[in-house]
Design a protein. Structure first.
Length: 191
């Protein structure tokens, strides 16, 4: 997702929760029974882990693992991209224990070029480090790293062009005014 000069690194996490008709019914029942006593709904929503079936316990364990992976993934982006990244935004899923688990996330990274080619090179290198910081970068992370590598290569080419232009100007100033092909050395031997 592009916002201004920022790309979001999105982690394509799998949806470990199973959405079935009973989940929809629980949602509908909760909204339909809002006139009932709130303590009854509170007790229903706060399922104890011991009250869950084996399948629901497995689902909760998978959601907890995914939540940990998502948060670690996004934290590594933020740590490596400090100064260029925003805080993480998470996508949540409600588990059978009625807790919310992060199942996806993104961190925005400023990908605008620097004010100078040198600054752009440093920034591009930091963007690459931030995009590739997680142990298993997502396809979006890899794309951002590739774009940063292109930005770095362009800035290096600009720096090289400036150096070549400066060199040409310097060489033009030291040529013999009578013979354009003859080079006049800048220091002549001493007697």
């Amino acid at each position: 997702m592009i916002i201004g000069n920022s790309f979001s690194t999105t982690s394509p996490y799998l949806d470990y929760g199973t959405k079935n008709s009973s989940d929809k019914e629980d949602t509908v029942k909760t909204s339909q029974t809002s006139d009932d006593s709130s303590s009854k709904n509170d007790n229903k929503d706060k399922k104890n882990i011991t009250q869950l079936s084996d399948e629901e316990k497995l689902q909760v364990a998978k959601l907890q693992q995914r939540d940990s992976e998502v948060r670690t993934h996004e934290a590594s982006h933020m740590a490596a991209g400090a100064g260029l990244t925003s805080g993480a935004d998470f996508t949540y899923q409600k588990g059978p224990d009625s807790k919310m688990y992060a199942v996806g996330g993104e961190v925005e990274i400023d990908t605008s070029p620097g004010r100078t080619p040198q600054e752009t090179i440093q920034k591009a290198q930091q963007i690459k480090r931030a995009a590739l910081a997680p142990s298993s970068p997502s396809p979006a992370d890899l794309k951002i790293a590739a774009n940063a590598a292109s930005m770095e290569a362009l800035a290096k080419a600009q720096m090289q062009q400036v150096q070549q232009d400066d060199s040409k100007v310097k060489n033009n100033n030291t040529k013999n005014p009578y013979n354009q092909d003859a080079y006049i050395p800048s220091t002549i031997g001493l007697f």
